[in-house]
Structure formats: C-alpha cells, structure tokens
Design a protein around this ligand. Structure first.
Ligand SMILES: NC(=O)c1ccc[n+]([C@@H]2O[C@H](COP(=O)([O-])OP(=O)(O)OC[C@H]3O[C@@H](n4cnc5c(N)ncnc54)[C@H](OP(=O)(O)O)[C@@H]3O)[C@@H](O)[C@H]2O)c1
Length: 446
C-alpha cells in the first residue's frame, strides 16, 4: 500500500479541474501520482456542473477548513485573485502545509510576506504554473540553470496580446477590431486590461527576475506599457524594415552598474518591441509563450510552449505537487526503505525495474521520400507504381524530376505506410533491369 499525500485544492475552475483530472488518471504518468489523493476541494458554488469526476463529499465551500485540516499535506491554490487567496495561503503556511500556487498576481504582489512566512514555518511555496502556464521555466531557473550567471531574460509571457499582435501582423487589422474578435472567440477577457496593458506580463517578469537575480522585485518599479497604441501602420512599417512587433517582458542585469559596486541593479520592463524577423522570439505566434534566457556560460536557451489552458497549466501544478510529495516521501521514510537501503528522492533517482518494449524500425508508420535513377524508357513509372502497390505502399506522388545521359531521376513520396513494406518494395525495385541506382529512403516528419 503506497504512502498517500493528501491534497487540498482551493478552486476547481480551469486549472483546478485540469489538476484533478491528472491526479485522478495516474496511468502512464510518474508512479508518485498514484500516491496523491484529493482530500478536499474548495469552491464558491458547490452545485456547479464540473468536467471532473470527484465524489461530491470532497467538495466544500469551507476553504478555511481545508487550510487548517490537520490531514492535508499540500494546499494547491488555483482560485486566483488576491483575497481571500492571500489569507488562505498564509493560513495554510501557518498550519505547516506546503503550498503550490498558479497565482502570479498574488505572488508578484505578496511574495515578501508569503516567502517570509514559509521560511519561518519550514514549508515550500512552489509556483511553476504562475509563469508561462505549462512551460517549465521556474524549476529550470532554480535548478538546471543554477550554475549560470543570468545576463538577460526576455519573454513573450502573455498569450492574449501575442494572439492579437499575430493576427494584426497576418491580417493587417487594427487593434480594436481584433481585440473584439478575440473576446468573442474566448482568447481575451471581457475586461482585457490585465493582458493588453501589460500588467499580467509585468507580474510574471517580476517573479522570474526575483528568481534569476536572487532578490525581491518591487512591482511598482517594473516599467509597464501595453499594446493598445499599436496600429496596423506600425505593424506594416515594422514589417517593411524586417521586424515584427511583440510585447516583450525583459529582465536584464544592468551591465554598467554590474561592473561597479551596484551589482544588483536591474532593468525590469514590459513594452511592445520591434523584434528582427530572424530572432527566435519573432516566430512565437498566436497564444504561445516563450522565454529566452541568456546566461554565462550557457549562452542562450529558449523555453517555448502553451502559456495557458487547463491541461498545460495543470501539468505545471502537478509537477510542483510531485516535487513536494517526493521530499515528503524521503522525510517520512526516515531516509531508509523497509529493507534498510537508503530512500532516494523518487523524482531524482527513478528506480526502473523493467525494459521498455521498443518497436522495430520496420513497424514504423510514416511518409517516406526516395529517389532513383532509371533508364528513360516508356512504362518505367507504371512498373514502379505496380511494385509499390504489390507491397502495400500507397504513393502520394511519383514524378520524373530530371533527365541526363538517357537516365531519368524519379522522386517518390509515399503516403503514411509501414517502413518494412517500403524496404521490401525497394529491394524488389533494385533488381529491375531498368533501375540503375536507389540511394535509400528518408522519413518525412508528420
Ligand atoms: N486559466 C489558465 O490558463 C491559467 C494559466 C496560468 C495561471 N492561471 C492562474 O490560475 C489561477 C486559477 O485560474 P483559473 O483560470 O482556473 O480560474 P477559474 O476558472 O475562474 O477558477 C477559479 C476557481 O476558484 C473558485 N473560487 C474563486 N474564488 C473563490 C472564493 N472566494 N471562494 C471559493 N472558491 C472560489 C471558483 O469556484 P466556482 O467554480 O464555484 O466559481 C473556481 O472553481 C489564477 O490565479 C490564474 O491566474 C491560470
């Protein structure tokens, strides 16, 4: 019987539902997911229909009861807003609970008191989902990149504004008309202020800068300018000059002052920026987010992916829950397993006990490209087509590209077929008198 970690979920909306759905469906995920149990879920309207299959008795409107429940190990705050989220998080910490939150607005404004309280109580507050939704960026900054001196972080951190700017770029429309359309399609809120005026991106860059540069950031000092003033004309002129306009959030170590005694001086800012078309951030479109980190000695690394949405954001929330559960597991075991061997962190030291079954390459199903040289005679293409057909290889195209020295170069692209069948067909084709040369196959990316 596995150890079970009791989870108290505050909120069962977009992110809460995604989180519950991962925990309730642990198959083929990390084995530690099976050791999570959703003990209680706090909501405002308990009778609302939800797209998650939870027993009704775990759902409550008594959120205070969740954060003080002695049986709960980890409180997951996915309700949003400042109050009562702030008070509930602080109370959970005072009651010795580890906290996972997706709430960037809360952390950007109240990290000071929250982290001070967490330190005093000896608990973790993890917030991977607060920046970049499903994109792992907080943990890489804390762990994988921690050997680096971070020079600069530049990101597209708001999906709504990126969607609007992408459509302005592609369709030539004006801000107001595309915003209205985005609101209708559900890509922008009825009150779009936090997104289009840059405040949401400012919250996120403040959180990331604090981590990267090891100091708290006063949100009032983050320069913030949104995209309302961008016109179709700006987009058009930028395009002609070789740029796209993106809302970038940037945190950069001030190079001049870093050489002086003021080594902590930072630039932290959000504003529309002309980005050269060949820059990696220029091709991050629609609602996608990306964060480019420049560090010494690593150079540039870019994180790219879905910056919001139920599943992606829940992926980040559950990874935080698992990080805490892994630590608790080692702590509770007294650092040894029942057989006396040391208990290692299950996320850092996975103990696989079986070999995965690997599909032979002949069973791969994809599209294939091949080319061959054949005598330039009537009926060659038909003969090749028949041979592929006999081997169950359906062709997307077969064309004669070139002709030199009485030889024709024929290029073939198949539909999605089994690799073994393609190889069998080519083996037969190589024996044809008319065929001079078959170099091999290349697989086409789906
Ligand atoms: N949505 C995303 O893609 C995304 C991405 C990254 C981060 N986030 C962050 O994740 C958090 C949650 O966002 P969301 O989109 O999941 O919000 P949401 O869909 O509005 O869900 C909020 C949930 O919290 C509950 N709730 C809110 N206030 C409450 C109160 N005072 N008492 C009891 N229950 C309350 C609501 O209960 P009812 O259901 O009963 O109304 C609802 O279940 C926010 O901090 C957001 O910034 C969201």
């Amino acid at each position: 019987m596995p150890v079970v970690f009791q989870i108290g979920l505050l909120g069962l909306g977009t992110v809460g539902t995604g989180t519950a759905n991962i925990i309730l469906n642990p198959e083929q995920r990390h084995p530690l997911v099976r050791e999570l149990n959703i003990a209680q879920v706090g909501v405002r309207s308990p009778d609302k229909a939800r797209s998650v299959d939870l027993p009704p008795e775990v759902v409550t409107t008594d959120l205070d009861g969740i954060v003080t429940n002695p049986d709960i190990d980890i409180v997951v705050e996915v309700m949003g807003g400042i109050e009562p989220a702030r008070s509930l998080v602080l109370k959970a910490i005072q009651h010795g609970k580890h906290v996972v939150t997706a709430n960037k607005a809360l952390i950007a404004r109240h990290s000071d008191e929250i982290f001070t309280a967490a330190e005093a109580a000896g608990v973790y507050v993890l917030l991977e989902a607060a920046v970049g939704g499903g994109i792992p960026v907080i943990e890489p900054l804390k762990q994988s990149l921690c050997a680096n001196r971070i020079d600069c972080i530049t990101g597209i951190l708001n999906g709504t504004t990126n969607y609007i700017l992408t459509r302005m770029q592609q369709e030539g429309g004006d801000f107001e008309e595309i915003l209205a359309d985005a609101q209708e399609l559900g890509y922008a809120e009825a009150d779009p202020t936090a997104d289009v005026d840059g405040f949401d991106a400012a919250d996120k860059i403040a959180i990331v800068a604090a981590l990267a540069y090891g100091g708290r950031i006063n949100l009032d000092e983050v320069y913030c300018e949104g995209i309302r003033q961008i016109t179709a004309t700006d987009i058009d002129y930028a395009d002609r000059l070789g740029f796209v306009i993106k809302l970038l959030a940037t945190a950069r170590r001030d190079r001049q002052s870093s050489q002086s005694s003021q080594s902590d001086r930072l630039e932290v800012r959000v504003h529309p920026t002309l980005v050269p078309k060949e820059h990696p951030l220029a091709n991050v479109n629609d609602v996608f987010n990306a964060i480019l980190v420049e560090g010494d000695p690593i150079g540039q690394v870019m994180f790219y992916g879905p910056g919001a949405g139920s599943g992606p954001t829940a992926s980040a929330v559950v990874s935080d829950i698992l990080n805490v559960a892994a630590l608790l597991k080692v702590e509770r075991s007294g650092s040894t397993k029942p057989d006396g061997t040391p208990m290692l962190d299950p996320l850092l030291a996975p103990s696989h006990q079986h070999y995965c079954s690997i599909r032979p390459i002949d069973d791969l199903e994809t599209r294939f490209y091949t080319r061959l040289l054949a005598k330039d005679e009537p009926g060659v293409i038909g003969t090749l087509g028949i041979c592929f057909g006999k081997n169950n290889v359906s062709l997307e195209s077969i064309v004669q590209i070139d002709k030199h020295n009485e030889q024709a170069e024929i290029v073939i692209v198949t539909h999605k077929v089994r690799e073994g069948n393609v190889r069998q067909a080519l083996k037969a084709i190589r024996d044809f008198d008319v065929v001079e040369y078959v170099p091999g196959i290349l697989r086409v990316l789906d």
